[in-house]
Design a binder for this molecule. Structure first.
Ligand code: DGJ
Length: 562
C-alpha cells in the first residue's frame, strides 16, 4: 500500500487517461466495483490494476500456522524488514467455520485491521478443501463425517487424506464457506486492502494417480465432457479412449479444476476480486514417463490433479473463474526456474510467483519474474527468515545499506535489498512492464554473460566481475548470485537496476563500425512518481560499464554513438 490518498487519486486519473478506450480487457470487471483490484490484459500483456493503475506485488508469504493473533506481529515485522508491499496469509476453513453455518470472522478482521495499520496490501490464501493435496484444514464437522463428506479413494478402495473432488456435498460446503468469506470481504474491505485471493492451496491428491471412489469411477467410465473435448480438439469417447496413458492424470486434473471452478464462481458472484490457484510443480526437465508410477515425481513432485504444466489447457478451459494459475517455484537452479517462468507465462495466463524459496539465492529470480511480465513475487515463510543471521558487512565486501539497524541486520540481505530497490518505483516498474518495456536477467551459475535486445542496442549483462577493470570473472566471490532489470524508456535511454551485476550496452548491428558511449549516467530515485536526480556518474563509475553491488542504485542512462 504505502500510498497516500492523493497519490491514489492521481494514479487513478492517470490510469484513466492512459487506458480509457484502449481496448484493454478487464478480467475481473464489474460495473459496480470499478475500482476493485483487477487483472487487465492489453496487447497480450497483463497487469494487476490497483487503484486504477498497474501494481507490482513485492510480497512475502507467512508460514502456514502464522495467522493467529499471537503470531501476527512477527509477520508484519518480517514484511517491513523485507521492504515488502504485500503479505500473503492463509485463512483457515477450520477456524473460519468451526460449526457448519456459524462463521468466526475474528481472525480475518484482525488481519485486515493490522495489515492496514502496517500499510500492507494482502493476498488471502483460502486453506479450504485442499492444502498441499490433503484436507487438513477442513473443519472437524467435515473430517468426522466421511459418509456425508467423502474422501477420494485409491485403486484399492482405501480412503485418502483428501476430499473427493466429485462429491456434491463437498463442493457445496466449500462454496458456502468461500462465498461467505468473499461477502465479508466485500463488506469489510472498502479500501481494497486485499488484492487477490488464492482458492485452495496446491490442490490435488497424494498417493494415487486419481480418485477411484465408486462415484469417480462412474465418471471416469463415462464420456469426456463436450466442453473439454472442444477445448482440446478431441473426438468423443470415455477418458480412457480419449486420453489413453494420460487418462488418469487428465481426469483428476479435470475433476479438481471443475470443483475449484465452482468454488471460485460462488466467491466471485459475491465479490469479484482476482482469484488464483497455486501449483505444486513437476520437474519440468524430467521426461514424461511411459507408465504411471507414484514415485517418479510425475506429474507433480507431490500430487496428481493440480495445475502442473502438463494439464494447463485442461485447467484453463475448465476453471475460467480463476484468473491466474501460479507456480510455486522451489527449484533453485537457473534452468528449471527459467523454464517454469516460460511455461506459466501464456497468452491466457498472467505470471505470478506466489511462493518461492526463502534462500537469498532465490532473490535474483525477482528480476526474471518481472522480466517475464510477472505481477508479483513472494518468498515463502518470511516470518522465519528474519531470524536468520547474516553478515552485517553485507555481501561481496560491500557494506549493506539495508543493514543500518540491529533489526535489519537479521534480514536476508539479497531479498530485502532487491525489494528496497523495486519498492521505491514499484508503480513505474509495473507500468513499464505492462507497456512491454522491461527485460530481466538472473545469474546463471554456469554462464557469465547474457544479452538482451533493445532495438538498435544490445544490453550485455555480466556476472561475477570485480567493480573495476576488465579481468576475468572470479568465481571466488561470496554472497548471493545477481540479477538485472532494464526498462527501455526511449530508443536511446534506459533505466537500469541490478544486484551483483555489470551492465553495458553495445550497438546491436554487428556490421556497424561505430562505438558506444554513455552520454549521461544519472543516479537518482523516484519520489512519489517523479524522477529525482542525485548525481551524474562518470570516470571509475562508468569506465568498465555499470556496476551494481548490494547497495541499491537506480540509474538512468542515455546512450550515443561516435
Ligand atoms: C508449498 C505450500 O503451498 C506451502 O503452504 C508450504 O507448505 C510450503 N510448500 C512449504 O515448503
Amino acid at each position: 500500500m504505502r500510498f497516500t490518498f492523493t497519490c491514489r487519486i492521481l494514479v487513478g486519473c492517470f490510469a484513466f487517461i492512459a487506458f480509457a478506450n484502449s481496448g484493454v480487457t478487464l478480467l475481473s470487471e464489474n460495473s459496480q466495483t470499478a475500482d476493485l483490484p483487477k487483472i487487465v490484459k492489453s496487447n497480450g500483456r497483463y497487469a494487476l490494476f490497483v487503484d486504477g493503475a498497474p501494481y507490482l506485488m513485492l510480497s512475502g508469504q507467512a508460514h502456514n500456522s502464522s495467522d493467529w493473533p499471537a503470531m501476527l506481529p512477527g509477520v508484519w515485522k518480517a514484511g517491513e524488514l523485507l521492504n515488502a508491499n504485500t503479505i500473503e496469509i492463509p485463512i483457515y476453513w477450520e477456524q473460519f467455520e468451526p460449526q457448519q453455518g456459524k462463521f468466526d470472522y475474528s481472525t480475518l478482521d484482525l488481519v485486515l485491521k493490522q495489515a492496514r495499520e502496517h500499510n500492507f496490501h494482502l493476498v488471502l490464501l483460502w486453506f479450504g478443501t485442499w492444502k498441499n493435496g490433503n484436507m487438513n484444514y477442513t473443519p472437524q464437522w467435515i473430517k468426522t463425517n466421511p459418509g456425508r463428506y467423502p474422501r477420494a479413494e485409491d485403486a484399492n478402495g482405501l480412503p485418502l487424506d483428501s476430499l473427493s473432488a466429485v462429491s456434491d456435498s463437498n463442493v457445496k460446503a466449500d462454496c458456502a464457506a468461500f462465498s461467505t468469506l468473499m461477502s465479508h470481504l466485500k463488506a469489510e474491505d472498502p479500501e481494497h486492502t486485499v488484492l487477490m485471493v488464492q482458492v485452495e492451496n496446491e490442490a490435488g491428491i497424494y498417493r494415487s494417480s486419481r480418485d477411484f471412489s465408486p462415484q469417480a469411477q462412474n465418471l471416469f467410465n463415462a464420456q469426456v465432457p463436450d466442453t473439454l473435448l472442444a477445448a482440446l480438439h478431441k473426438h468423443p469417447g470415455t477418458w480412457q479412449e480419449v486420453f489413453g496413458a494420460e487418462a488418469d492424470e487428465n481426469f483428476e486434473a479435470w475433476c479438481v479444476a471443475h470443483y475449484i471452478e465452482q468454488v471460485a464462481r460462488a466467491g466471485k458472484a459475491k465479490y469479484p476480486l482476482p482469484l488464483y490457484v497455486n501449483a505444486a510443480l513437476r520437474d519440468p526437465l524430467r521426461p514424461k514417463p511411459s507408465a504411471y508410477s507414484l514415485d517418479v515425481g510425475y506429474p507433480s513432485v507431490f500430487e496428481y490433479g493440480g495445475p502442473t504444466d502438463t494439464v494447463l489447457n485442461i485447467w484453463k478451459s475448465t476453471a475460467p473463474s480463476i484468473d491466474v494459475i501460479a507456480p510455486d517455484i522451489y527449484f533453485g537452479d537457473y534452468s528449471r526456474y527459467n523454464l517454469v517462468l516460460e511455461l506459466y507465462t501464456r497468452p491466457d495466463n498472467p505470471l505470478f510467483v506466489p511462493e518461492t524459496g526463502d534462500d537469498p539465492a532465490f532473490a535474483r529470480y525477482l528480476f526474471t519474474t518481472v522480466g517475464h511480465g510477472g505481477i508479483g513475487f513472494a518468498p515463502f515463510g518470511i516470518d522465519s527468515i528474519t531470524n536468520r543471521n547474516i553478515s552485517a558487512t553485507g555481501i561481496r565486501g560491500v557494506p549493506n545499506k539495508v543493514a543500518s539497524t540491529a533489526d535489519a541486520m537479521l534480514v536476508p540481505d539479497a531479498l530485502a535489498t532487491n525489494y528496497a530497490l523495486f519498492a521505491s518505483m514499484d508503480r513505474e516498474i509495473a507500468l513499464w512492464n505492462f507497456e512491454g518495456k522491461i527485460q530481466g536477467s538472473a545469474e546463471d551459475l554456469h554462464s557469465d554473460t547474457q544479452t538482451m535486445a533493445f532495438g538498435k542496442w544490445e544490453a550485455i549483462v555480466r556476472y561475477g566481475l570485480a567493480a573495476y577493470g576488465d579481468g576475468p570473472p572470479h568465481q571466488a566471490q561470496s554472497g548471493p548470485p545477481g540479477g538485472a532489470l532494464i526498462a527501455q524508456l526511449s530508443p536511446d535511454s534506459f533505466l537500469v537496476i541490478g544486484f551483483h551485476v555489470r551492465v553495458d550496452f553495445k550497438i546491436a548491428d554487428p556490421s556497424s563500425t561505430k562505438q558506444r558511449q554513455f552520454l549521461t549516467v544519472e543516479e537518482g530515485s523516484y519520489k512519489a512518481g517523479k524522477w529525482t536526480p542525485l548525481r551524474l556518474l562518470n570516470g571509475d563509475e562508468t569506465d568498465f560499464g555499470l556496476n551494481f553491488s548490494s547497495v541499491p542504485e537506480i540509474l538512468k542512462v542515455t546512450m550515443a554513438t561516435y
